[in-house]
Design a protein around this ligand. Sequence first.
Ligand code: C2E
Ligand code: CA
Ligand code: CA
Length: 404
Amino acid sequence: MNFARLLILDDDLDICLTIKAIAERAGLTALIATDPESFFDHVVSWRPTHIALDLIMPEMDGVEVLSRLADLNCGASIIITSGIDYRVLDAARRSGHEHGLQVSGVLQKPFSPAQLRTLLHTDGPDAAKTQMRAGNAFKPDATSLAAALRDGQVQLVYQPKINCATGALTGFEALARWHHPVHGVTSPDRFIPLAEAHGLIDTLTLCVQEQALTWMQDGLFQEQAGFVMPVEMPLTVSVNISARTLEDRNFAESVMALCDRYSVSHEHIVFELTETSAMADPTSSLDLLTRLRMKGFQLSIDDFGTGFSSMKQLVRLPFSEIKVDKSFVLTALKSEESQAVVRSIIDLGRSLGLRTVAEGVEDQETLALLKELFCDQAQGFHIARPMPPADVRAWMADYAATLA
Ligand code: C2E
Ligand code: CA
Ligand code: CA
């Protein structure tokens, strides 16, 4: 049974009818509204699974409609349409996302039936997607997270980083996953903020570091020794550090003690920092970060280009690496603006003597562009998705074969 329902809002009836015909041919039931009032009535009473929304209408603009849809907690998959500049459409898409809406795409008029059909099927009510939403509906609480940390349910996956110019392996980023016995794998975006808010972040950071160091000594260094593959020395493992952790006065001592215990020298470890602007005590954070650098650890400013990682922090704190935020890298081929941002961040990093890393590299073309821009390192799905430690050996063998 098909239960996909498309609600169309456009003040041009001809366009409504065209969209309706395309949707019905694609197996959806469709309903038309040409004014906002009847549109919102249908949103409430008919509960559409999909919405096609014209951005510019005489009585109300699309941005207002989006914000009212957000107030109504609308879960439909939204397609934004309009005849205006793509940049404005794209800004509206981002605004929808920021309101927590599910915007599946934007269509610049005139669009083809095929373009519309693709978007209608992007978020069809298929089983996998429904399951994912069910997983996302899981609202973790601090008590279960504390238990999960104790029981070893929080584990690391590793995503490789390579040298853009030579393809050589340079290291891995360690990313936390919560393997919940009932709700399955929960992403860090859902439990890191919880850990920060409930005083569990230091426990989490310690748990992550212990796992990463154990893996380096027992896994990574052994695997790498067994392979003849191009690697850049020192091979590094990057761990993410929340700004909160910098309030821990014993952080430097505890991480040095761990490195001693696992016999890992400091130069192999990169601490990635986001939200540097949120550091509670800028002076003591500066002291701590300076000490870490003096002890030989590397420091990376993560998500650079977003509001949280600012130019001021870049200049003030002793970073050794700058990570271009993936939102720019993901769109670098499609958007001139994104490409300009990526290029400027790489140039800035180089002129400050920092290593530059781009994350979110999803295709060969983007990797080629980064090489052209003289970016040092790349990370992303095109190279490999984050993987459990048990899969690293096989990945290395496959990857070495592609380089040979
Ligand atoms: P991040 O540090 O920016 O990590 C990169 C995120 O981008 C990861 O998401 C990774 O899976 C994803 N990613 C990598 N390559 C691609 C790609 O090609 N395309 C796309 N679309 N995404 C890609 P993940 O693992 O969900 O982590 C989310 C965030 O959670 C991280 O963002 C980091 O800020 C935080 N986090 C993860 N592990 C830890 C941890 O152990 N401690 C702390 N404090 N934060 C962590
Ligand atoms: Ca990171
Ligand atoms: Ca990042």
